[in-house]
Design a protein around this ligand. Structure first.
Ligand code: SAM
Ligand code: SF4
Length: 326
């Protein structure tokens, strides 16, 4: 078992398959021209499988595949087919563009729940945010996932003055469709133009939703990052991921593996453990994993305090979100 110095058991691994993406979301990528990692720098299929198996032996029960966009990787199908054989709950996060090509792969792999990203319901705004004209494709693929019976969670990164005026439209969506919207507070990463005035907080979201809807709190899973609510008489639910205004580090069970095989014990950790190089050198990676967990900070990677208004993004030492894996 992977237990850190704060008695938190780590049984959930998020594996980034690539730092490449078919979108260019402003809040995720550095604004300058981004160079993706060369293929040989990425973990190969058998390496991902070996590393994942070792984490499973250490107690991991859930694996999420992410990126970048995990489905742009040419061998994404092979990776899914290998990881699904491990005794874990397998899931993934995707921008949904390629989902129609993967629906049978997901089903065969026993994937039941998929997180998709959608920050606006307005096609023109979608083009601006992602720099790609693919709203209709994403929308039809979300519908496909729902029709095919997947548990669909829609991640919406709320940015003040950008899409906070659509929060109620997203809630309205949950009225007739079995869809689970998750409003994510905008987080600071390398060169993503974050500042505290762009954060639309958990409390602001609840206050806004309250003006139009009656809703109740529903029970969250033990290590949940999202605080879940159910609007009365709606088929779906909504939730808030309040990383900035109400962090949930006290019961964190998550670890991350970047596409180039570096382990991060926290989304905001400065340090990384080079698992892939060790594996390629035929070293035992178990002590490296354990040491990395032993170095986990109590909260927020030790990089900022819980009042997000005090954060100076220039003092945060981290990768961009797209290079970490969300
Ligand atoms: N490409 C996939 C997608 O977009 O769903 C998976 C990778 S993406 C990095 C994973 C999640 O991180 C997405 O839901 C995205 O909206 C979220 N994300 C990216 N940058 C973020 C930021 N600065 N603050 C909050 N969430 C962010
Ligand atoms: Fe790509 Fe997802 Fe980042 Fe958007 S949020 S740039 S889709 S990895």
């Amino acid at each position: 078992m992977l237990i850190d110095n704060f008695n938190r058991t780590h049984d959930y691994l998020r594996i980034s398959l690539t730092d490449a993406c078919n979108f260019r979301c402003l809040y995720c990528m550095p604004s300058e021209q981004m160079k993706f990692m060369p293929a040989k720098q990425l973990m190969q299929v058998d390496e991902i499988e070996t590393i994942a198996r070792i984490f499973v032996d250490l107690g991991v029960k859930k694996i999420r595949l992410t990126g970048g966009e995990p489905l742009v990787r040419k061998d994404a199908k092979d990776i899914i087919e290998k990881i699904c054989l491990l005794p874990v709950e397998l899931t993934l996060t995707t921008n949904c563009v390629l989902v129609d090509e993967f629906i049978q792969v997901f089903k065969k792999a026993g994937i039941e729940s998929v997180n998709v990203s959608l920050d606006t319901l307005i096609p023109e705004k979608f083009n601006k945010l992602t720099k790609r004209n693919l709203f209709e494709k994403v929308w039809s693929n979300i519908q496909l996932l729902i029709e095919e019976g997947f548990h669909v969670k829609v991640n919406m990164v709320v940015m003040k003055g950008v899409n906070d005026n659509e929060i109620l439209d997203f809630i309205e969506w949950t009225k007739n469709q079995h869809v689970h919207v998750r409003f994510i507070e905008f987080m600071p990463f390398d060169k993503n133009q974050w500042n505290s005035s762009k954060v639309f907080s958990y409390q602001e979201i609840l206050n806004l939703v309250e003006t139009q809807y009656n809703f109740i709190k529903i029970k969250d899973k033990p290590n949940a990052t999202a605080k879940k609510y159910k609007p009365l008489n709606h088929r779906g639910t909504f939730a808030v991921i309040s990383t900035m205004s109400a962090p949930f580090c006290h019961n964190c069970n998550r670890m991350r593996l970047t596409a180039d095989g570096k382990m991060k014990n926290c989304l905001f950790s400065k340090g990384e453990a080079d698992i892939l190089t060790a594996l390629r050198n035929r070293e035992d990676i178990v002590p490296i994993i354990k040491k990395c967990i032993g170095q986990k900070e109590k909260a927020l990677g030790g990089q900022f305090d819980s009042d997000f208004h005090n954060i100076d993004i220039n003092k945060i030492d981290n990768r961009s979100m797209i290079r970490i894996g969300g």
